[in-house]
Write a protein that binds this ligand. Sequence first.
Ligand code: ADP
Length: 319
Amino acid sequence: MKRIGVLTSGGDAPGMNAAIRAVVRTAIFHGLEVVGILRGYAGLIYGEFKELSISSVGDIIHRGGTILLTARSQEFMTPEGRTQAVKMLQHRGIDGLVVIGGDGSFRGAVTLHEHGIKVVGVPGTIDNDIPCTDFTIGFDTAVNTVVDAINKLRDTATSHERVFLVEVMGRNSGQIALAAGIAGGAESILIPEYAPNFAEVSEKILRGRDRGKLHSIILVAEGVGSALEVSKEIEERTGLDTRVTILGHIQRGGTPTAFDRMLASRMGAKAVELLLEGVSNHMVGIVNNTIVSHEIEWALSLKKAIDADVYQLAGMLSI
Ligand code: ADP
């Protein structure tokens, strides 16, 4: 292996830049050349390539987003698009590829492997919804962003004695809501993995009022439904005034936490080492603070479950 490519694809996540930096520097350390591919698979099809040097990735470890830009590509979903992408890689003499992204990007990586391209995936998504890894790059930063917002909302919620609902990202996964809910001391956490029990949420709010609690914070993962709808339901059941905050894309931005930078650095380096060992079709993960790798298709055939003990803990600490 002489020359590898790196791209970021799908939803961006804080820490992707730290991962790019680790890929580039590890590769150069081992005597490889590195090509950055812009706009994910879209840029791969259109040959948007850029040679990367040690200094191309200087001063980015602390930046959110991705210097390589990211995109979703419908064209790559077609056999013609993928054939074109493979041609581009061959034409530029790229022997291996590191794909930094979420599960969709990993499925795309598998199709490249099937075309004979050596490819390794690095899990970069705030959702932490990828199996075979305890954490994905960007999750910790997103959770901290939500906790920061909860801290601020708590001040105003207390002053006005209001119920605040905070809608967070997670269409299919309650990982952000659960972690941020526990760390932020939320009263109830609604996640798609468990059917919402509005009667219980409302009773808890009223019980809190009875013992003099001034505020209530309810976290709603977007997969449960609109927080506005949930707020109407709760107003009807409790007769209390509610306010809704939808955090939206704020959760995707910001400087990555030290945890995410460290994770991205370790995972990016491992991806290059795997390519050097001739491994393909694998994703990097972290399990019990050890960097591991698993076959992508096998990993994606599993479902990342919510830790039931942690979910119960959330309920117990907010009685
Ligand atoms: P994420 O990687 O964040 O989950 P997406 O699901 O949008 O983001 O996937 C990113 C891109 O990966 C898609 O736009 C598409 O080009 C490619 N992709 C996703 N699923 C597949 C698939 N089954 N086969 C080939 N390419 C795919």
